[in-house]
Design a protein around this ligand. Structure first.
Ligand code: NAD
Length: 370
């Protein structure tokens, strides 16, 4: 008999546990109705872990994260831990997870639900129906390149250095992730760099083309300079299916694409590592938002980014596209029905709590599957 799918839940701090509770509701529903069972373990991370163990991630939890099929994370941090020594700060736990699991590909979908098109900073007709994915290289490039630092020169002025560096292998593996993701979508990849002025850009373009020629010809590949991509994202965002780019450009472009969707509370993300012998990739799924200390504990958080992160987990870690689609459709229907948490509230709609939003999604799932 096939082993159950193993999922590690790390709710974290602030609104993390509140939004994770709503995912538990969906998991329970899937267990009872779709007969999809997960071995779910839950553990502490971030400030909650520091309070209990004096560190933001224990070795035991790290080992568990390496052993499971996927990690679902809420969010970490908050003012309570602002003065904790740097090494034990809540975000260190998260950084260690990303590093030790070698999660080199960060997937940030930017999808606009029709009911929320008005919430975008762009005209509704430009974003209604938008559904794109940015694949950002996460463990290399200028944020990690050596040498780096600030030195004082003989005349007392200073000189700062960052190094943008990429190897063939680093570019190749993230481009392959993008091609594989595109196969599950509209089969179009735009590779983004600045080959006109950067050596890493020249290599990026060369390696992206070589990876594409090595078995991905069914996917359409085009190349674009990063500055043009920023322009195109706000001019005509629906032209994109999958964008693959480096760490720095990906950081900026994914935040830009996020804003097209109007709300932080709606944005899921996934981070993937290299495949093992069985083809399984290490993976972590988390909402883009933080712990929202201003509304934590008040049952006001929007749980949809967390629930949509779970849908990504179903699609990418467990190849359960149908179930993922069901969850996404349930979210769409709930929004169409006029329910809103405070962050996405619009005139004429009904404001509901985090708990009620989670209940509404599972009720909708019941209708869809019924
Ligand atoms: P934040 O995302 O927590 O909040 C920004 C604003 O958006 C707040 O007004 C908040 O109320 C609102 N918001 C965020 N998510 C929401 C949701 N699901 N529903 C409704 N409203 C939502 O960012 P911040 O205020 O800059 O950071 C707060 C804390 O979170 C800090 O300690 C920061 O370090 C941490 N943080 C953690 C992560 C992570 O764990 N990945 C990411 C970002 C920030």
């Amino acid at each position: 008999m096939a082993a159950n799918k193993k999922l590690l839940m790390l709710p974290g701090d602030g609104i993390g546990p509140e939004v994770m509770n709503q995912v538990n509701r969906v998991i329970d529903w899937m267990d009872k109705t779709r007969h999809v069972s997960f071995d779910v373990s839950e553990d502490l991370i971030g400030g909650a872990c520091y309070d209990e163990h004096g560190e933001s991630l224990t070795d035991k939890t790290m080992a568990e994260a390496m052993n499971v099929d996927a990690v679902l994370l809420g969010a970490v941090g908050g003012p309570k831990w602002d003065n904790v020594e740097r090494f034990h700060r809540p975000e260190q736990g998260l950084l260690r997870l990303r590093k030790d699991m070698d999660l080199f590909a960060n997937l940030r979908p930017a999808a606009v639900f029709p009911a929320l098109a008005e919430a975008s900073s762009l005209k509704p007709e430009l974003v209604a129906g938008l559904d794109m994915l940015i694949v950002r290289e996460l463990t290399g490039g200028v944020y990690f390149g050596q040498p780096r630092g600030i030195e004082t020169l003989d005349d007392g002025s200073k000189r700062a250095v960052d190094t943008q560096v990429y190897t063939t292998a680093e570019i190749d593996r993230v481009c392959r992730v993008a091609f594989e993701m595109a196969r599950k979508r509209q089969k179009r990849v735009t590779s983004v760099e600045k080959a006109n002025v950067m050596e890493t850009g020249v290599l990026w373009r060369e390696v992206a083309a070589a990876a594409h020629a090595d078995g991905y010809e069914d996917v359409e590949l085009s190349h674009m300079y990063a500055d043009n991509c920023a322009m195109q994202l706000v001019r005509e965002p629906k032209q994109f299916d999958v964008i693959v780019t480096d760490n720095l450009f990906g950081d900026i472009l994914s935040d830009c694409a996020a804003m097209l969707t109007g709300s932080l509370g709606m944005l899921p993300s996934a981070s993937l590592g290299a495949p093992d012998e069985s083809g399984r990739r290490k993976a972590m799924y988390e909402p883009v938002h933080g712990t929202a200390p201003d509304i934590a504990g008040k049952d006001k958080a929007n749980p949809l980014a967390m629930i949509l992160s779970y849908a990504l987990c179903l699609r990418y870690s467990f190849d359960m596209a149908e179930d993922a689609g069901l969850v996404e459709q349930a979210v769409r229907n709930v929004l169409e029905s006029g329910l809103r948490t405070g962050d996405i509230m619009q005139p004429g709609m009904t404001e509901v709590s985090c708990t009620r939003m989670g209940e509404a999604v599972t009720e909708e799932l019941g209708k869809l599957a019924g």
